[in-house]
Design a protein around this ligand. Structure first.
Ligand SMILES: [Zn+2]
Length: 145
């Protein structure tokens, strides 16, 4: 599901006519894991690069939809946010998102991204980004603020 969020947020790469031959589909299906593996191999500038506000939001929406369909995917922190990305626990983002996934169940990812997120969700993100750069600045400045 994590990789699916990446795909949803980069639709141009997958927005081709579905008129492929079986051989072309085979080639396409083999290319996808390589593409995703390449992304992971690169060292990000910041730990949450590529997994920011929009990623977290869409991931939590998809997780909600999976639950509606009767599928327990993973705990939210296994899907997005959390210490691996230098961010607050995904559960905090889930709480800050409130009932937005329920309210926007019929909306596309594009419609969700185009809508303003709940203020507590944006505030949590802003606080995390601020804390990250303040923390980084503290250590690059020899421990002084
Ligand atoms: Zn990722």
């Amino acid at each position: 599901m994590h990789q699916f969020v990446h795909i949803l947020l980069r639709p141009m790469e997958y927005d081709r006519p579905v008129s492929l031959t079986p051989e072309e589909m085979e080639i396409e299906s083999r290319a996808l894991p390589r593409l995703l593996a390449t992304e992971v191999a690169e060292e990000p500038e910041v730990p949450f690069e590529g997994h920011g506000l929009i990623f977290i939001r869409i991931a939590l929406h998809l997780r909600h939809r999976a639950e509606l369909a009767g599928t327990w995917i993973v705990a939210p922190n296994d899907l997005c946010a959390g210490w691996r990305y230098g961010l607050s626990h995904a559960r905090r983002y889930e709480v800050a998102l409130s009932d937005e996934p329920k309210q926007m169940t019929g909306k596309s990812a594009f419609e969700i991204v185009a809508a303003k997120p709940p203020d507590p969700f944006s505030q949590l993100w802003d606080d995390d980004v601020f804390a990250h750069f303040q923390f980084r600045s503290y250590f690059t400045n020899g421990g002084t603020v």
